[in-house]
Design a protein around this ligand. Structure first.
Ligand code: GLA
Length: 757
C-alpha cells in the first residue's frame, strides 16, 4: 500500500489587491506530500518560495488535494505576490520546521549560529526522497558511533519521507524524516543536520517535531509528579500563550514525562480527537503548546534548548532524537492502545520482547542494605517453595556499601556480605530452581569510593563550584569513553563470574554543575546530550553482548520511564511507591502512553514503606498483575496467611499475563477524577478472552453494587464470567455492564471473561 503520496501541483489563485482595488490572478507551484496511516492523514507542502508549510494533521481524509487548506489566496498569506508582508506571512503560516529570527515569533523548532554569531536562521526546501522502511538514527562522535533509540519500521510496516532543507546563511543541510506506519496511526519524526561547508556552526535548537494545528480548542494532557508519585495525569484547556513541560535534570525525570497530548475538550476514553506526542529520549526535554494570536496551536517537542548547543564541524552531522506522534479519532483510550502496540511491536527488542518475564522477588524492601548470603538464600528458599522464579539482589552487594554513603563505582563483590563469593550465591539460588538477578547503578560515583579517590575528575563538575551531593553521590561523566569503558569492564567481570540472568540498572540522582573536565569550553553545552548518548552506548553494549540478560531500567523509581529506555529494556521500574492504592494513579497515568508489559510492579509488605497504608494482600496482587509481576518483601517474615496466598497469586498472574502483556488495555474508570474507585480490563486481540479488575478504594455507605460497563469486547460474541459462571453477550457486558459488588476499603476483584462458542 502506498502510504506516502507526492504531487507536483500548479495551482491558480486569485487574491484581492486592496491597493489596486481588484482581484488579481497568480499561480503557485508546489509539491504536496500526503502521508496516510489507517486512521490519520498528515500533509505538508513545499511552496515555490522554498518554505515547507504544514497542511493538515488529523482524521484520515482521502482527497485529491488538501493544499486548499493553506489558503494561499487569502491576504496576507501570499508571499509570492505580497513580499511587502513577508513578516506577516512568516508569523501566520503553518510551518513544518519553523526557524528562529526571520519573522515567525511563535516557538521555533530550529536555530543555529554561525561563526559571526548570528542566530537568525532560514530553511529552504531542496528536494525529497522516499525510503521503504525506516532508517536508524546514528550520532557519530569523535571516538565512537552511538545509535539513538528509535522505533523500528521494516519496509512492510512503514515508509519514510525524507525532505532536504538548506539553511540559507550557512548552507547547512537539514534533513527531515517522517515515517508513516501502515498498520498503526503513527507518524514519527526526526532530523539530521549536516555541515557540508567548510566552517563550523552551532546548532542551538533542534526540536524533534513541530505541529501547527488550526484550532485552539484543545485540552493539554501531561504526566507529571514527583518521587513516589510519577506520571499523574493532568488535563487543562489551552489558553492564550504558552503551556509547557520540561526537564533540565539530565534525565526525563519524576516531575515531567516526555509525553504530551492535545485532545478535544470533550474527548474521553472512547470518543473525541487525541494527538499524542512522545519523545524517544531520556535526557533534558521540552514540550510546549502555544495558542497563537490567531487562535491556532503550535506544538513543539524535543531536546530542551536551554543550555544546549552542538558544534557541527565541516563534514560532521548532528542527529536529532525521534518524536512519536499518534492520532486517534476514537478518544484517549485508542491513542494509548496505539502507543502500546507501537512500543510492543516496534520499539522493545530482545529475547523478552514477546516472552513472559520471570516472577521475581527483590530484596530491597525486604532487607535494604542489611543482608548477606545466608539471608538471601533463606529468602530464595522460601520464595522458590512459593513458586517465585527469580531472586534479585538489590543495592548493597559491592565495595563496602552498607548504606547509601559509599562505593558507587567500585563494582566488586563485598565478600564480607556475600560470603563465599557471587558464584557460590548464584549457584545456590540456581540450585533452588531460581534465576538470579543483580542491581547496578553504573552512572554514579560515591565520593567515598576507590574510583573517586583515583579519578576525582571523572565526576561531572564545574571548576570553582562546590559539587552538589544528592543521595551522597555524584554523576560520572559519561561523555568520556574511557570512563564508560572502565565501568563496562567492571560490570563484565561481574556478569562473567556467575549465571546472572537479570539486571536492574538504576540511576538515583539528577545532574548538577553540568561540566566536564574533558570537553573544550565551546562544547560544554553538549554535555547534557553527550551524557545521554554515553548511557545509550553502554546499554547497547549490554544488550548486544549479553542478549540473554533481562534488563530492567530504573531511576529512583520511575524517573526515566521513557521510550529511550524502553528501546533497551522491555521493562522499567514504575515507581518506588509500591502501595497498591498509590499505584492505581501511577499505573493509570503511565498507561496513557506506555504498555503494561513494561511496568515493573511488585507486591510489597504492609504497612507500606512509603505511605504507611495497609491493604489486603489480594489487592496488592491484583494491582501488581497489571505489569511485570514480582514481590518485594521479606517472604520469610510475612504472615503465614499472606505467604499462603502467593502460589495462587502466581498461578493467576500466569493465567492472565498473556492477556495483559499482549492484549488491548481499556481504562474503565477515571482514578484522577474519582479517587474512590478504579477499574480496567485487557482484551486479547482476537477478542476471545478478557480480564477485568476493579478496586474499591474507599467503602461507600448505603450504596448498592455498581454496574461497570466493559469495553473492547465483540458485541456478538458470548462470554462466560469466571465469577458468576453466567454467559452474556459482549453487547450486554459493554452496554449494560457487569455487577461489581465490593464493599469496604481497598477491596478488589478480578473476573475473567472467555468466549463461549
Ligand atoms: C532506587 C530504586 C529502588 C532501589 C534503591 C536502591 O531508589 O528505585 O528500587 O533499588 O534505589 O538504592
Amino acid at each position: 500500500m502506498e502510504n506516502i503520496r507526492v504531487q507536483k501541483l500548479h495551482k491558480e489563485y486569485t487574491r484581492w489587491n486592496w491597493q489596486a482595488g481588484k482581484n488579481e490572478p497568480f499561480t503557485e507551484d508546489m509539491t504536496l506530500f500526503t502521508l496516510s496511516t489507517p486512521g490519520s492523514t498528515y500533509a505538508l507542502a513545499a511552496l515555490e518560495s522554498g518554505h515547507l508549510a504544514h497542511v493538515y494533521y488529523g482524521k484520515r481524509t482521502d482527497d485529491e488535494d488538501l493544499s486548499y487548506l493553506l489558503r494561499l489566496g487569502e491576504n496576507p498569506y501570499t508571499i509570492k505576490v505580497n513580499s511587502r508582508d513577508t513578516g506577516t506571512f512568516m508569523d501566520t503560516t503553518p510551518f513544518e520546521y519553523p526557524t528562529f529570527g526571520t519573522g515567525d515569533y511563535r516557538e521555533s523548532a530550529f536555530a543555529l549560529t554561525d561563526e559571526n554569531g548570528a542566530a537568525a536562521t532560514s530553511l529552504v526546501y531542496r528536494g525529497y526522497e522516499i525510503i521503504e522502511g525506516k532508517p536508524a538514527l546514528v550520532q557519530e562522535l569523535e571516538d565512537c558511533k552511538v545509535t539513538l533509540p528509535s522505533v523500528k519500521g521494516c519496509p512492510r510496516c512503514a515508509s519514510t519521507l525524507v525532505i532536504t532543507m538548506e539553511e540559507v546563511r550557512t548552507g547547512a543541510q537539514v534533513v527531515l524524516y517522517y515515517t508513516a506506519f501502515r498498520e498503526l496511526d503513527v507518524i514519527t519524526r526526526s532530523a539530521v543536520v549536516k555541515n557540508t561547508g567548510d566552517t563550523a556552526f552551532k546548532v542551538t535548537r533542534a526540536m524533534s517535531t513541530a505541529v501547527d494545528l488550526d484550532s485552539d480548542k484543545y485540552d493539554f494532557i501531561t504526566l507529571n509528579g514527583s518521587w513516589a508519585r510519577e506520571r499523574i495525569l493532568e488535563r487543562s484547556p489551552l489558553h492564550h500563550g504558552k503551556q509547557s513541560i520540561d526537564s533540565m535534570k539530565g534525565e526525563s525525570s519524576h516531575q515531567s514525562n516526555p509525553f504530551a497530548a492535545l485532545v478535544s475538550h470533550k474527548a474521553d476514553e472512547e470518543s473525541g480527537e487525541a494527538y499524542g506526542f512522545n519523545l524517544v529520549y531520556s535526557g533534558n526535554f521540552f514540550a510546549q503548546a502555544e495558542v497563537t494570536q490567531h487562535k491556532r496551536t503550535r506544538f513543539v517537542m524535543g531536546m530542551a534548548p536551554f543550555d544546549f548547543s552542538w558544534t557541527v564541524a565541516p563534514g560532521a552531522s548532528f542527529t536529532v532524537p525521534e518524536a512519536v506522534m499518534v492520532y486517534s479519532s476514537e478518544g484517549i483510550g485508542k491513542m494509548s492502545r496505539t502507543f502500546h502496540d507501537l512500543y510492543r511491536q516496534h520499539l522493545i527488542r530482545g529475547e523478552y520482547k514477546d516472552k513472559a518475564r520471570p516472577v521475581l522477588i527483590n530484596n530491597w524492601e525486604a532487607t535494604y542494605f542489611n543482608f548477606d548470603t545466608e539471608k538471601l538464600v533463606s529468602i530464595a528458599e522460601s520464595a522458590s517453595k512459593a513458586g517465585i522464579e527469580m531472586l534479585v539482589m538489590d543495592d548493597g552487594w559491592f565495595g563496602h556499601r552498607n548504606s547509601d554513603d559509599s562505593s558507587l563505582g567500585d563494582w566488586y563483590v563485598n565478600e564480607e556480605k556475600i560470603k563465599g563469593g557471587l558464584k557460590d550465591l548464584v549457584d545456590r539460588v540456581n540450585a533452588l530452581g531460581m534465576k538470579f538477578g543483580i542491581w547496578f547503578e553504573p552512572e554514579m560515583i560515591s565520593p567515598d569510593s576507590d574510583l573517586y579517590r583515583a579519578h576525582p575528575d571523572w565526576a561531572i563538575q564545574v571548576k570553582g563550584l562546590p559539587l552538589t551531593q544528592s543521595r551522597q553521590q555524584y554523576v560520572l561523566d559519561y561523555s568520556r569513553k574511557e570512563i564508560r569503558d572502565n565501568i563496562w569492564a567492571q560490570m563484565k567481570k561481574i556478569l562473567d563470574s556467575a549465571n546472572i540472568e537479570y539486571i536492574k540498572w538504576d540511576m538515583n540522582r539528577q545532574i548538577t554543575e553540568c561540566g566536564s573536565a574533558a570537553l573544550p569550553a565551546d562544547r560544554r553545552q553538549e554535555l547534557w546530550h553527550r551524557y545521554v548518548l554515553g548511557v545509550y552506548d553502554l546499554q547497547e553494549r549490554l544488550v548486544s553482548e549479553y542478549p540473554h540478560i533481562l534488563l530492567e531500567n530504573c531511576s529512583g523509581g520511575g524517573a526515566r520511564f521513557d521510550p529511550g529506555m524502553l528501546y533497551f529494556s522491555p521493562q522499567i521500574w514504575t515507581s518506588d511507591d509500591t502501595d497498591a492504592i498509590e499505584r492505581l494513579k501511577i499505573q493509570a497515568g503511565t498507561s496513557v502512553c506506555y504498555p503494561a508489559s513494561a511496568m515493573g510492579a511488585h507486591v510489597s509488605d504492609c504497612p507500606n514503606h512509603t505511605v504507611g497504608r495497609s491493604t489486603p494482600f489480594s489487592t496488592r496482587g491484583n494491582v501488581a498483575m497489571v505489569g511485570t509481576f514480582g514481590y518485594e518483601l521479606d517472604i520469610t517474615r510475612i504472615s503465614e496467611e499472606d505467604r499462603a496466598q502467593i502460589p495462587g497469586q502466581i498461578a493467576e498472574f500466569k493465567k492472565y499475563n498473556p492477556i495483559v502483556r499482549e492484549g488491548d488495555h481499556y481504562r474503565l474508570a477515571n482514578i484522577f477524577e474519582d479517587n474512590t474507585f478504579d477499574a480496567w480490563m485487557f482484551v486479547t486481540k482476537d477478542k476471545q478472552k478478557a480480564v477485568f479488575t476493579a478496586v474499591q478504594v474507599l467503602g461507600r455507605p448505603n450504596y448498592h453494587s455498581r454496574l461497570v460497563k466493559l469495553a473492547g469486547l465483540d458485541e456478538k460474541k458470548r462470554y462466560r464470567s469466571s465469577l458468576t459462571n453466567e454467559v452474556h453477550s459482549g453487547a450486554a457486558l459493554m452496554n449494560c455492564g457487569v455487577i461489581v459488588d465490593l464493599s469496604g476499603d481497598f477491596k478488589s476483584m478480578v473476573i475473567e471473561f472467555e468466549e463461549v462458542k
